[in-house]
Design a protein around this ligand. Structure first.
Ligand SMILES: Cc1ncc(COP(=O)(O)O)c(C=O)c1O
Length: 346
C-alpha cells in the first residue's frame, strides 16, 4: 500500500477552512470557519491531548503504563484517551456533571475511568472538578496530572502547530482571528504565533455570559462568576494559558442564542458542530456587525454536534430548559396527511 498513516494520531490536524455563506450574508466582512471537528477524535482538543501526552513521555514525566489524569469538559479527554489507547497508558478523567452524557460515555468507551463532580461549586471547594483532579494527581501512583489550564504545553500546542497550520493554509491573508475561550490555548497560542507573522492581525475571544474572562480583560478586575450551560468555554478563574496581552477584544454571548446559532449552522450551512461553535460564529457575526470595515475573519469551530445530540439538537431538551426552538419541520403535516390518506398507521 502506498498511502497510509502510521496510526490515528498521525492524522490529527490539517483541518479544512470553509466560508460561511447564508448566515453571514448581511455583514460586509467575510467569515471563514476552521473545522476542528474533522480531527479523528472529533475536536480541536485532539491536538492538545496528543501533544501534552507526547511531551510528558519525552520528558520522562511518566513511566510506561502509567496514568494520565485530566480535568476535562470531555474533548481534551478524548485526545488523551486516543494517545493512551495507542501507546499503552491508562487514563482517569474528572468532569463537571453538566458536561453532556455523550462525552462521558465516549471517554468510558475508550476504557478511561471517569469521575463526575458537581458543577455549581466554587473552584476551591474540595468537590469541584479542579480540586478532585488535583487530589487524585497527588495520590494516584505513577500518575501525571496534565492540567491543561496551567500546562505550558497547551499554549505550545497551538503556538507551534495550530498557528503555523493556519498561516500555511491562509498565507496570512485575513484580518481577525477568533475562538471561544476556555483554557485560552486555542485563542492565545495560535493568536500569538499569527500576530508575530501578521502584525495587523486582531485576536478576538468569545466568552459566555456568566464567565469572568471578558470582564477581566476589559477592566483588570475579578467578578463573581455565574453558572451557564455552554460546555468547554468561559471560566470562573484566570487560567495561566489565557494570555490576556495577546487578546485585542472579546465578544460575550449567551447560552440560548449560542444554541440557536449552533442549530442554524446545521440547517443553513450543513455544519454539524457543538455549542461553543455556535458561540464562536455568533461572536464573529456580532464583531462583523459592530466593525464597519470589510474584514476577513477566521473562526475556530472546536467540536462536533454529535457530542450534543441529547441536548442542543434535542427539541425536548431545548424546550425543557425554556429555550425557544425554531421549528423547521415544514413537511411534517404533509407527510402525515399522505400516510393517513393511504391508510398507513405507524
Ligand atoms: C467544546 C469546546 N469549545 C471550546 C473550548 C475552548 O478551547 P480552549 O481551552 O483552547 O480555550 C473547549 C475547551 O475545552 C471546548 O471543549
Amino acid at each position: 500500500m502506498k498511502k497510509f498513516d502510521k496510526n490515528i494520531l498521525d492524522i490529527i490536524g490539517n483541518t479544512p477552512i470553509i466560508k460561511i455563506n447564508k448566515l453571514a450574508n448581511h455583514v460586509e466582512s467575510d467569515i471563514y470557519v476552521k473545522l476542528e471537528f474533522m480531527n479523528p477524535g472529533g475536536s480541536v482538543k485532539d491536538r492538545l491531548g496528543y501533544y501534552m501526552c507526547k511531551k510528558a513521555v519525552e520528558r520522562g514525566d511518566i513511566k510506561p503504563g502509567g496514568i494520565f489524569l485530566e480535568g476535562t469538559s470531555g474533548n481534551t479527554g478524548v485526545g488523551i484517551a486516543m494517545f493512551c489507547a495507542i501507546h499503552g497508558y491508562k487514563a482517569v478523567f474528572v468532569m463537571a456533571d453538566k458536561q453532556s452524557k455523550e462525552k462521558q460515555d465516549a471517554l468510558r468507551a475508550y476504557g478511561a475511568e471517569v469521575i463526575t463532580c458537581p458543577t455549581n461549586v466554587e473552584p476551591e471547594d474540595p468537590r469541584s472538578y479542579y480540586s478532585v483532579a488535583a487530589l487524585l494527581g497527588e495520590k494516584l501512583p505513577n500518575c501525571i496530572h496534565l492540567n491543561q489550564y496551567a500546562n505550558p504545553d497547551n499554549f505550545e500546542t497551538h503556538y507551534t502547530w495550530t498557528g503555523p497550520e493556519i498561516f500555511d493554509q491562509t498565507e496570512g491573508d485575513f484580518d481577525v482571528y477568533m475562538a471561544s475561550v476556555g483554557t485560552g490555548g486555542t485563542l492565545t497560542g495560535a493568536g500569538k504565533f499569527l500576530k508575530e507573522k501578521m502584525p495587523h492581525l486582531k485576536v478576538v475571544g468569545v466568552d459566555c455570559k456568566g464567565s469572568i474572562l471578558a470582564h477581566y480583560h476589559k477592566t483588570g478586575e475579578m467578578t463573581q462568576a455565574h453558572s451557564y450551560v455552554l460546555e468547554g468555554i468561559g471560566e470562573d478563574f484566570l487560567p495561566d494559558n489565557v494570555k490576556f496581552d495577546v487578546i485585542d477584544d472579546f465578544v460575550v454571548v449567551e447560552d440560548e442564542e449560542s444554541f440557536q446559532m449552533t442549530r442554524k449552522m446545521l440547517t443553513e450551512e450543513a455544519i454539524y458542530s457543538g455549542g461553543s461553535c455556535g458561540s464562536a460564529l455568533l461572536g464573529a457575526i456580532r464583531y462583523a456587525e459592530r466593525s464597519k470595515k470589510k474584514e476577513r475573519i477566521l473562526v475556530i469551530l472546536p467540536d462536533s454536534g454529535n457530542r450534543y445530540s441529547s441536548k442542543i439538537f434535542n427539541d425536548d431538551w431545548m424546550k425543557k430548559n425554556n429555550y425557544n426552538v425554531l421549528e423547521n419541520n415544514q413537511l411534517k403535516d404533509t407527510v402525515l396527511q399522505v400516510l393517513n390518506d393511504s391508510g398507513v398507521k405507524l
